[in-house]
Design a protein around this ligand. Structure first.
Ligand SMILES: [Zn+2]
Ligand SMILES: [Zn+2]
Length: 224
C-alpha cells in the first residue's frame, strides 16, 4: 500500500499529512491557523472529511492550538496521551524547561507572551497510554509509539517505511534550532535520548520534526 506525506506549515509548526487508505494528520499547529489549513488541503485535493484522525504528538500550545477548529472542519478524532489530555481540554499552556542557552532565551520570550498562547479547548477522543497503537484501521502501515522526554506524554508516529513524525523530540529549524538535532526544550533529556534510540531500533530512517525540515536519522545517531 502506498502512503503519501505532505507538510503544511501552520505558524512556527509543521503539520504532517499522511495519506494511506484513509488520511491522518500529525499535530494541530498554532491557534488561528484553521483557514490556512483548509486552503492548504484544498490545494492538495484532500477533502476535509477525508481526514479521520488528528494525532497530537504532545499538548504544547503550538501543537494543539488549531486542533479544535481542524476537528470541527474535518470531523476527525483527536488522539493525545493521557498525561496531557487536560492541557487540551482545559486550554492549559505549561511551558517546557529549556536545556540550552538559546532555549532559556526563548523561554523568557514565551513567558512574556504566555497569556496570548491560549487556544480553543477540545475534547480528546482517543486517550493514548504507553502502549503502541496500530494505524492499520486507517489503512496506514505504521503505529503511534510512546516517546516521552520532551514532555511526559509525547508520542511519535512511525511508518513501516521508516518515516518518524516526532513532534518536538527533535528539532531542525528556526526559531528553535539552526540545524537538525536534539530539542532545546525537554522535561527529561535522558528520556529524549532513550525515546530516540527506541525509534531508531524500531526502524526510523527519516525524522520529521514539527519545527524545521525532515532529516536523516544518522544526524540523531551521532547526537546520541
Ligand atoms: Zn513542545
Ligand atoms: Zn513545539
Amino acid at each position: 500500500m502506498s502512503v503519501s506525506i505532505h507538510t503544511i506549515p501552520l505558524g512556527i509548526d509543521r503539520v504532517h499529512i499522511i495519506r494511506g487508505e484513509k488520511t491522518i494528520i500529525v499535530d494541530g499547529g498554532m491557534a488561528g491557523q484553521a483557514k490556512k489549513f483548509a486552503k492548504a488541503i484544498e490545494k492538495l485535493s484532500i477533502k476535509p472529511e477525508d481526514i479521520k484522525l488528528i494525532v497530537l504528538t504532545h499538548g504544547h500550545w503550538d501543537h494543539v492550538g488549531s486542533a479544535k477548529e481542524i476537528k470541527d472542519l474535518t470531523g476527525a478524532r483527536i488522539a493525545l496521551h493521557q498525561e496531557e489530555k487536560d492541557w487540551l481540554e482545559k486550554s492549559l499552556t505549561p511551558l517546557p524547561p529549556a536545556v540550552t542557552v538559546w532555549g532559556k532565551i526563548m523561554f523568557k520570550i514565551m513567558k512574556i507572551f504566555e497569556s496570548s498562547l491560549r487556544f480553543p479547548a477540545a475534547k480528546v477522543d482517543i486517550v493514548l497510554g504507553n502502549n503502541e497503537l496500530s494505524l492499520t484501521e486507517y489503512g496506514i502501515p505504521g503505529k503511534i509509539i510512546y516517546t516521552p522526554g520532551h514532555t511526559k506524554g509525547s508520542v511519535s508516529v512511525l511508518l513501516e517505511t521508516g518515516e518518524a513524525f516526532v513532534g518536538d523530540l527533535a528539532m531542525s529549524g528556526p526559531p528553535l534550532r539552526l540545524s537538525p538535532g536534539l530539542p532545546i526544550f525537554a522535561d527529561d533529556m535522558k528520556k529524549v535520548k532513550e525515546s530516540l534510540k527506541l525509534l531508531i531500533d524500531a526502524g526510523a530512517k527519516t525524522i520529521y520534526p514539527a519545527h524545521g525540515k525532515s532529516f536523516s536519522v544518522d544526524i540523531i545517531r551521532k547526537a546520541l
